[in-house]
Design a protein. Structure first.
Length: 380
């Protein structure tokens, strides 16, 4: 996808940047260091760390403001590697293989596997704002932590925000952090400098960039992107007008589904079999939510009659985790001809497996994880 970029004299961007890498480039490295996918609902914000702070308020004992320097020096730093994905990743497949949907036409590259560093959100809430002193645990189970960025208007609201359950924010095993570094360096402006939330295993929309407010609340974020977007609407919701009657009835998306994508070859391409009649396939796979890592990827060149186990690359042992993707490769048998397909399905440690050739259609085209991975392939 092409970036929509129009730089002004002050270095800001008038329009959002929304783009993804070509698949063959995406899988060149286990850590995606360059040209990571961009999904933005408003202009890129250019902030100075020295002038930026985060307000912590709501159901806390000590409402406070925290500077970037404080985040880096007053709290233990935590590193987490994880795959972040747009909820609409693979939307193009739903649009072209089933029927049209409402949203940006993402192919399979709206994902990145990066290393993030910063304090755990739970440490900041407890040490800084005293949330462990407020209410009984039972009450806390019904609460939410809202993330917000008020730095600029967005396409559908006057600000950007999202939220996650309080219990997720406070669970050390969920690795929710306030990231100040990305792949060992300061976060680039287009990815949220000087600080963003990182919520592993969850759609990227909840990892709010340019973070300037965190609120503990009885309610989910009131932002349109939490309440009126990023939800898997039932198949009978065919248009925006009908959707109005369902937004309040459908829970907001949280976990991303298990998924395997083929990067090589690409759909609608022409490929040549080896002398032994085999075709090399490469791709990536991600687990469902916190149920990783991916433990198996199976690939088929005969529409599911036979499957081949792929070889999995888990990356550096010191970084690989339940949150990270695997890169995979496999050699499969295929017959020569046109309109050929490649299926790829992943299974994670929690036992989640891609079960449908094509996902059930939904108006927003989110959460797609059908195992039909390549189509309209010409094999010679």
């Amino acid at each position: 996808m092409q970036a929509i970029v129009d730089l002004q004299n002050d270095g800001t961007v008038k329009e959002p940047i929304n783009r993804e890498m070509p698949m063959d480039q995406l899988i060149e490295s286990w850590i995606t260091n360059q040209d990571n996918y961009d999904r933005n609902h408003g202009p890129i914000q250019h902030k100075l760390a020295s002038e930026h702070d985060i307000t912590l308020d709501g159901l806390v004992s000590r409402p406070i403001k925290i500077t970037i320097e404080s985040l880096q020096t007053d709290y233990p730093q935590h590193t987490v590697a994880c795959a972040l994905s747009c909820a609409g990743n693979r939307r193009h497949t739903m649009r072209t293989r089933i029927k049209d949907v409402w949203g940006i036409d993402w192919y399979d590259g709206a994902v990145m596997n990066c290393v993030w560093e910063g304090p755990r959100l739970r440490d900041v809430l407890m040490q800084g704002a005293g949330v462990d002193e407020v209410e009984p645990e039972l009450k806390r189970q019904q609460q939410h932590v809202q993330f917000a960025s008020y730095g600029t208007k967005t396409q559908e609201d006057t600000w950007y925000g999202g939220s996650i359950p309080f219990k997720m924010a406070m669970d050390p095993d969920m690795d929710v952090i306030l990231a100040v570094k990305m792949n060992g360096k300061s976060i680039p402006p287009r990815h949220g400098y000087p600080v963003r939330a990182i919520v592993p295993g969850v759609l990227g929309a909840r990892s709010v960039k340019w973070l300037d407010r965190i609120t503990v609340s009885e309610e989910e974020s009131p932002c349109v992107y939490q309440r009126r977007d990023y939800k898997i609407l039932p198949p009978n919701v065919l248009d925006k007008e009908t959707a109005k009657h369902y937004w309040d009835k459908i829970p907001a998306m949280l976990e991303m589904p298990v998924n395997a994508c083929v990067a090589v070859p690409t759909y609608k391409s022409t490929v040549t079999l080896s002398e032994s009649g085999l075709l090399e396939c490469k791709g990536y796979a991600v687990p469902q939510g916190s149920h990783g890592p991916v433990t198996r990827v199976e690939v088929s060149g005969d529409e599911g009659k036979t499957w081949v186990d792929a070889t999995l690359d888990y990356g550096p042992s010191e970084l690989a985790s339940k949150w990270t993707w695997v890169l995979w490769n496999a050699n499969i048998k295929m017959e020569k001809g046109e309109e050929k397909k490649i299926f790829a399905r992943a299974t994670d440690k929690g036992g989640n497996t891609q079960e449908l050739e094509r996902s059930t259609w939904n108006l927003r085209g989110v959460g797609y994880n059908g195992y039909e991975a390549v189509f309209d392939l010409t094999v010679v």
